[in-house]
Ligand binder design. Structure first.
Ligand SMILES: NC(=O)C1=CN([C@@H]2O[C@H](COP(=O)(O)OP(=O)(O)OC[C@H]3O[C@@H](n4cnc5c(N)ncnc54)[C@H](O)[C@@H]3O)[C@@H](O)[C@H]2O)C=CC1
Ligand SMILES: O=C(CO)COP(=O)(O)O
Length: 335
């Protein structure tokens, strides 16, 4: 069996290595031909996870057609802002019956669509598109550390197909029918992780970190509920699990960006230096729009949006948040 993996950043590279153990071949699509050459010549991605040797049955190309032709499953792992254009280009090579898995975490700006919905818009047959999420930093997955993830799909057969391709003694794979909940959690925890990084970079301690994560989880739950997902999903791997990992891990780009931002580094500087995507920065804007549309109170998200995009200072953001009078711990979940 051949699996196509569209996206050769850190996560695409790590997941290619996992899937390669269960299938005959994995064909990766890399945006840059130099990355594809590096993988084919040395079995190493020259730009991401360059200490990790990919299995011999992983090859790469910068031609989507070459990668997708003959694949029995397709996995997308490109950053959220490029997903629609890449899925659009991939659509012509994709059979209607091929199951698709989305690893991207985000909400599309303006449309408010989740990542599986963006792919579905472009390739059709949305019932065959699943989402994988959970506390999974690529760096640790490559080292074979014990981890767990959840695959959400409205079609259980699609979830089981990808579960079989990914499960291993080092990766426990659970399934869920709550695609909206799992994807909303994945997109919004990145926002909270940036706020945690800003807090740590500004000298605040662990009480503050716990405050942001906990009130962040309440905010995520309101968003999940309003978008039609199950708030219980927030208690699982895609919710609390990924929130803990991203808000506390040295590997998190979102948290690290927050720390750097508090020290005076701009988003552009950070992304140019690391060549890595900070999904929470894009999500601060798209989720703010969505929250306003849905009438959801999302103070941490709004404060980050204001700071990153409307010239608000960190002192103003803190004042906005602390000026709010604390009321009931849980609210906004009634129908
Ligand atoms: N890195 C990780 O540990 C995890 C990442 N994710 C998610 O996976 C998605 C992909 O992130 P990473 O693999 O970490 O990316 P990355 O930050 O490691 O690399 C950036 C990627 O963007 C690609 N890219 C740049 N310009 C492009 C363009 N014009 N068109 C298409 N692709 C372009 C690069 O080729 C590279 O693949 C994100 O949504 C991220 O939140 C999810 C779980 C874990
Ligand atoms: O989603 C992730 C871990 O599960 C990756 O988080 P970062 O993008 O912050 O590194």
């Amino acid at each position: 069996m051949k699996i196509a993996l569209v996206g050769a950043g850190s996560w695409g590279t790590a997941v290619a290595g996992l899937v390669a153990d269960s299938v005959d071949s994995v064909a990766m699509w890399a945006h840059s031909p130099q990355t594809a050459d590096g993988i084919n010549s040395n079995h190493v991605n020259p730009r991401y996870l360059d200490g990790y040797r990919l299995p011999d049955n992983v090859t790469a190309s910068s031609s989507l057609q070459e990668v997708i032709d003959g694949a029995e499953g397709v996995i997308f792992a490109v950053p959220s802002t490029h997903l629609r254009s890449v899925a659009h280009e991939a659509a012509v090579y994709l059979d209607d019956s091929v199951p698709v898995l989305c690893l991207t975490k985000g909400v599309e700006l303006t449309s408010g669509l989740l990542m599986t919905e963006v792919i579905g818009d472009e390739i059709g047959h949305p019932e065959r598109i699943a989402a994988l999420s959970g506390p999974n930093h690529a760096e640790e997955i490559c080292r074979g550390g014990l981890s767990a993830a959840v695959i959400a799909s409205e079609d259980p057969e699609v979830a089981e197909f990808f579960k079989a391709a990914l499960i291993s003694p080092a990766l426990r794979v659970y399934v869920s029918p709550d695609v909206v909940g799992v994807e909303m959690c994945g997109a919004t925890k990145n926002i909270i992780a940036i706020v945690c990084g800003i807090s740590a970079g500004s000298g605040y301690g662990d009480n503050t970190l716990a405050l942001i994560m906990t009130r962040g989880l309440a905010e995520i739950s309101r968003l999940v509920h309003a978008r039609g997902g199950d708030p219980m999903t927030c208690m699982g791997l895609a919710g609390m699990g990924d929130l803990v990992a991203t808000c506390t891990s040295e590997h998190s780009r979102n948290r690290s960006f927050g720390v750097a931002f508090a020290g005076g580094t701009s988003l552009d500087e950070y992304q140019q230096r690391s060549h890595m995507v900070v999904e929470g920065a894009a999500a601060a804007r798209s989720v703010s729009e969505l929250a306003r549309e849905l009438g959801v109170d999302a103070p941490l998200t709004f404060a980050l949006e204001r700071t990153l995009y409307h010239g608000g200072t960190l002192a103003e953001a803190l004042e906005l948040l602390t000026d709010r009078f604390p009321t009931q711990e849980f609210y906004g979940m009634d129908d």
